[in-house]
Write a protein that binds this ligand. Sequence first.
Ligand code: GDP
Ligand code: MG
Length: 441
Amino acid sequence: LGGSIARALQQMSNATIIDEKVLSECLNEISRALLQSDVQFKLVRDMQANIKRIVNLDDLAAGHNKRRIIQQAVFNELCKMLDPGKPSFTPKKGKTSVVMFVGLQGSGKTTTCTKYAYYHQKKGWKPALVCADTFRAGAFDQLKQNATKTKIPYYGSYMESDPVKIAVEGVETFKKENRDLIIVDTSGRHKQEAALFEEMRQVSEATKPDLIIFVMDSSIGQAAFDQAQAFKQSVAVGAVIITKMDGHAKGGGALSAVAATKSPVIFIGTGEHMEEFEVFDVKPFVSRLLGMGDWSGFMDKIHEVVPTDQQPELLQKLSEGSFTLRLMYEQFQNILKMGPIGQVFSMLPGFSAELMPKGHEKESQAKIKRYMTMMDSMTNAELDSTNPKLMNESRIMRIARGSGRSVRDVTEMLEEYKRLAKIWSKMKGLKIPKKGEMSAL
Ligand code: GDP
Ligand code: MG
């Protein structure tokens, strides 16, 4: 997505005369990219109209930075779409709140309930979990397991088949115990069936939740708007959590969910583990959607993980867009030191998905070490070169011999370098925000 938007903007920058037609073509190109990223058709159309209204052709023609003006407008529009205008109900520590989770089966409700509880527990809350899913066999066991692992009290039953009864009993029990965050997990169905919505309504009426959270799987693509709307029409959805953002999902569904529920996204799920749960932040999300990388998160991680004396140089190189083999070597060193691989670089497009696929951390680590061994056999000139043609056959053979690896291994390592250098080069000229300052453009 980032690529095609960048391309569209580039083409427009190259045009000598910026008129209605050139702008339209550029916006069409951007719209296509957004559609491919699962942003709903109607939203894309609205955005296009808004941008046409906002962007002043005279400004563009006057030679102001055209790319920047349009990019900024797209960025702002997408941010606006993710902001429903009013915050969701926020539970207060020490006061009793009931939060009910709804969503289709498999969307990640039960997992997310526990993540949400665990997140708050770590901050000193006293959460509790109620399993009102009597539809799926094993639902209670799953919640029980999650709750036990995280040491969170839970309520449920193997016998009772009435979800409303369990929900009410559970909520009452935990209210008496002065729990401040009582979370009700409900059942889902494979489809948006009438029976599911009726059950949801009843549980909601009986437990009177302070907040209803709609949980949505990010990989459902263009179906997001209709699904979210169907839930909103049945119960008073007040917030959204998008799950499975770690997969191939493109994220555009989040915009649809906000538009359909008029509620903000409050968290995203980024994995199956309890810790893989992040507070949702609009600007970095939009940056990522536009393929610009998550700069604020990335910068925070750089400050956290990269040794202080190396930070200025790394940032300098980032903005120059030049990526040498030595820089790759140094980043590999950092990655290996970090333990859980790829925390920092997972935020940059390209660095994690291909080099360090999730679930293959061990192999990735071995691969990185192998690459480093080969790079140990390189000369300073080779490590510091920005000329890809330098690495000719005789150099490759020398490195292979020196490191005891095959020519194929060395070639593979150099291919990886080229891939990363290409990604890196896209960052050239980007203004890199300082710690705590978010400026995606
Ligand atoms: P429910 O039917 O809505 O309660 O969904 P579950 O909580 O049972 O989750 C369905 C599947 O999705 C399980 O295998 C979860 O481990 C998985 N899952 C939930 N959230 C995430 C996430 O953020 N990332 C990934 N990769 N998997 C998730
Ligand atoms: Mg469940």
